[in-house]
Design a protein around this ligand. Structure first.
Ligand code: FES
Length: 354
């Protein structure tokens, strides 16, 4: 039995996981040449931020055969293809290969009946978790021959187990006919131990009998793009380098952000909340480091933002958490106003927790 998506109003998204590997020769280059390559890739990613959500992750030290991931979400295959071509054309391009590449789309789950939950599956909203675990997934053909009711009851057990681990957010995307696997699953979390326990428990679920393949598994560490590219050679020198003009990106007009307002923009793949507090602009990661609350929807008080989810209070200038359950600081960004335009610069170094 096939199940056509019932919600045709919600737009389905294309999702691409591009795992890049860096040639060893890259590390032998002089720092200024590596810097030129990193900046070129960052500029390309920034240029696509109006068409694609792009999140970057380092795998340096977590796998031997790939170094970083660009997770891309958008509406058009052409944008995904062009991004890859433009990256290949940078000074870093000759040193890059893509040993793993997974293409997928969003769609409602066959096993979730609540209309609201089905609609939510059409659009991915990556959070700001520290880690992402990704793997391609193929079920046995026997699975698809089982009566729907039998599959549903096994999936109910699977879903029940997943709900025991609220710190792990699952994104299921579908690759049937688009790529070699049937699904690409990605799990966002701050707690790798919870993810490990979840996967172990799922092995005992009946659905596990019908898994044909669920490897390779990628353990990815979330970083801003420039930090991700820095992690390839471990220099860290550039993080303290002065801001260059190329790093600044116009993200709107001053009139888009009247005093007291907030809005969401994208910078090199990061989702950023911009606040105008009495004419002073602040830019911070839109996702609360506690549990991904949307800070652009928070309450603003002179120089502070209060997370709408559980009330953590952050200093907008430094990103420091001052009250509430959040323990980690918010990522902050340089921001400036020029000729009535609002410009964002690179993420600042994270303040140490006090
Ligand atoms: S998500 Fe922000 S305080 Fe919990």
């Amino acid at each position: 039995m096939t199940d056509k998506p019932r919600d045709t109003k919600g737009r389905r998204q294309l999702v691409k996981f591009s795992f890049y590997r860096m040639d060893h020769g890259w590390r032998a280059l002089p720092e200024n040449e590596r810097e030129r390559g990193r900046r070129a890739v960052a500029d390309v990613v920034r240029a696509f931020s109006d068409r694609l959500q792009i999140r970057s992750y380092s795998l340096v030290g977590t796998r031997g055969d790939t170094d970083f991931l660009l997770w891309q979400i958008g509406d058009r295959l052409e944008d995904i293809q062009q991004l890859a071509g433009f990256i290949n054309g940078t000074a870093m391009g000759p040193y890059l290969t893509m040993p793993y590449s997974y293409l997928a789309m969003t769609r409602p789950s066959l096993y979730v009946s609540r209309e609201e939950a089905r609609a939510e599956r059409m659009q991915l909203h990556p959070g700001d978790s520290k880690y992402l675990f990704v793997y391609p997934f193929v079920k046995t053909r026997e699975w698809y021959q089982l009566p729907l009711g039998e599959r549903q009851s096994m999936m109910d057990e699977h879903i029940r187990i997943g709900r025991k681990y609220p710190s792990v957010k699952l994104n299921t995307t579908y690759s049937f006919g688009l790529d070699d696997q049937e699904f690409v699953v990605s799990f966002e979390t701050d707690e790798p131990a919870d993810f490990l326990d979840l996967v172990m428990e799922l092995r005992e679920a009946k659905t596990s009998l019908y898994t044909l393949r669920d490897t390779p598994i990628f353990s990815c560490v979330a970083m801003g793009l420039e930090d991700t590219l820095d992690s390839l050679a471990g220099t860290g020198e550039r993080r303290n380098a002065p801001e260059t003009e190329a790093a600044w990106q116009k993200v709107g007009e001053v009139s888009d952000s009247p005093p007291g307002s907030s809005r969401v923009v994208y910078y090199a793949g990061d989702q950023v909340a911009i606040f105008n507090v009495g004419g002073d602009f602040y830019a911070v990661s839109n996702r609360c480091p506690h549990a991904n609350g949307l800070l652009a929807e928070g309450v603003i008080e002179a120089g502070f933002v209060i997370c709408p989810s559980h009330g953590s209070r952050f200093d907008l200038a430094s990103g420091r958490p001052l009250e509430g359950p959040a323990a980690r600081p918010l990522r902050t960004y340089s921001v400036r106003v020029e000729q009535n335009g609002v410009l964002l610069g690179r993420p600042r170094a994270e303040p140490q927790p006090t």
